[in-house]
Design a protein around this ligand. Structure first.
Ligand code: FMN
Length: 475
């Protein structure tokens, strides 16, 4: 939906997007963004690109019901002995096989370099200041490209692409907030150890396949740029950056090129985050921007993060279903798993299992916490039986109310990893975890006769359905 009326990059774009996102509304294009100094921005803003699950699936080149197939393929990539899993997944995705093998194509001329400025001024871009307590303008959808020390620009398979927000410090400086366990942070450490600056490219307005590949928790052995080719169904096209030794997406709207110092940091934030709170101010590395390249009439892609639902939490819901086959591969008794978006998409997990032996729910909790990095910060795991829908709070409440004893069935552990964004944990970076076993207790788990779940006989139920239909009842 095009919005031709002037809308300020400060707060107003966020306010409009949040309302539209909550209503399941369209992608928004702001034709007349107003800059902080009151001028009209020559660059237009696009937000809410992935505001619905259907659009996230479309960005992956799929419909929503095809998401499990892609999940199977991802599980195949992760398998410890990939042969069987891969063969099986690839037999259903022959096109993907070809795409993963294909090298990126390097162009000599590219749309993203139609305009090149080596005296950049980031303050002239319509970068949003999203929330009233934000310290200033924040780039919210940057795809940050890095490569480790000891590689060359052509080693695209070694590149990392991650979405890490970027605070604008002035005309040619930004702070990159990669959390310590991210790929970008690991690459930065490899350059910093040798006291060398790291070349970085920040891609603004990449194509959907690149954006979603960068946001996906892919196995470290899979290059996001190669994987974006899989999703796109076409080779990734890149072009050599003008001022740094990196290849960048040829068809992006805009790229910031520059260097991150091995040691310089600046206080980042506060900014409103996906938790619904402002972050604490923390030091993060500074990027010196050496050039900005862009299309002739670039669009600036942006979003806002806040208390869910926000755009990342909508993306998270689709990624939840993509991750299921990977989880089942490691813990086969898992039937379904839900990360409620309202709980910041990762802090609570509800998992249903086919329970067969005593103690199994506790084993599943520990397996989840230990298995995949995305569960390291899941504070609460609730385990339910296969007859409970883990995506339905009424079902969960019934299981908790009837199958769980607070003294026997709650497991707590202390001093486990936690992100610095969680101020409820007593020590920064270390927090407790809780597991609640809301499954039916079997064998040695209980000395009592367990209750029997009630259900109407199918005959009586069919009779009732037919009777009510005959007399025209809405029931
Ligand atoms: C809109 C959006 C903003 C994000 N902001 C950050 C951020 O500021 N810092 C961060 O570490 N991760 C952030 N993430 C999450 C990472 O991009 C995501 O976990 C990605 O898989 C990390 O890639 P990596 O494993 O290659 O480091 C954001 C994700 C999205 C979709």
């Amino acid at each position: 939906m095009r919005i031709t009326e002037p809308v300020a990059a400060r707060h107003q774009i966020t306010a409009v997007q949040m309302r539209v996102l909550r209503a399941g509304g369209p992608v928004l294009r702001f034709d007349a963004p107003i800059l902080d100094d009151g001028r009209l921005s020559p660059v237009q803003v696009v937000t809410n690109l992935f505001g619905t699950q259907e659009r996230v699936a479309a960005g992956l080149g799929l419909t929503l019901d095809q998401i499990p197939n892609l999940g199977d393929f991802l599980a195949g990539l992760r398998a410890p002995s990939p042969v069987e899993g891969m063969r099986d997944a690839l037999s259903r995705w022959p096109v993907l096989k070809a795409a993963l093998r294909t090298h990126a194509k390097v162009l000599r001329k590219a749309p993203v370099q139609q305009v090149v400025s080596e005296t950049p001024d980031l303050t002239s871009l319509p970068v949003q200041t999203c929330w009233p307590g934000d310290v200033g303008p924040l780039m919210t959808w940057p795809v940050v490209l890095t490569r480790p020390h000891g590689t060359i620009a052509a080693d695209v398979a070694r590149y990392n692409a991650g979405v890490y927000r970027a605070q604008v410090l002035g005309r040619d400086r930004v702070i990159l907030r990669w959390l310590a366990h991210r790929g970008g942070a690991a690459h930065h450490r490899s350059w910093a150890r040798l006291n060398q600056p790291m070349p970085v490219a920040v891609v603004l307005g990449a194509d959907p396949a690149t954006l979603l590949s960068a946001a996906l928790p892919l196995p470290e052995t899979v290059s996001e740029l190669a994987f974006s080719g899989v999703l796109r169904g076409a080779r990734t096209e890149l072009v050599l950056a003008r001022t740094v030794p990196l290849l960048v997406p040829a068809h992006a709207e805009m790229v910031l090129e520059g260097w991150v110092s091995p040691s310089e940091t600046a206080p980042e934030g506060p900014f409103g985050d996906h938790t619904g709170y402002y972050n604490a101010v923390e030091p993060f590395p500074v990027m010196q921007v050496t050039a900005v390249t862009h299309r002739r009439e670039p669009l600036y892609l942006s979003t806002s993060t806040g208390r869910p639902p926000d755009e990342p939490s909508v993306i998270g819901e689709v990624f939840n279903d993509l991750a299921l086959p990977v989880i089942r591969q490691q813990i086969p008794e898992v039937r379904d798993l839900w990360l409620p978006p309202a709980a910041c998409s990762y802090r609570i997990a509800v998992v249903s299992i086919d329970k067969r032996y005593p103690g199994q729910a506790r084993r599943v909790m520990m397996a989840l916490w230990g298995m995949l990095p995305q569960f390291s910060y899941t504070k609460l795991v609730i385990v339910v039986d296969a007859d409970i829908d883990p995506r339905n709070w009424d079902d969960i409440a019934w299981a908790l109310a009837t199958r769980m004893d607070p003294f026997r069935d709650v497991l707590t552990i202390d001093r486990t990893p936690m992100d610095y964004l969680d101020f409820a944990s007593p020590i920064e970076g270390l927090a407790g975890k809780m597991g609640i076993d809301a499954t039916t207790k079997i064998g040695s788990e209980t000395g009592r006769d367990w209750g029997q779940v009630m259900a109407m006989s199918p005959e009586a139920d069919s009779f009732a359905e037919a009777l009510l239909a005959r007399i025209g009842s809405a029931a």
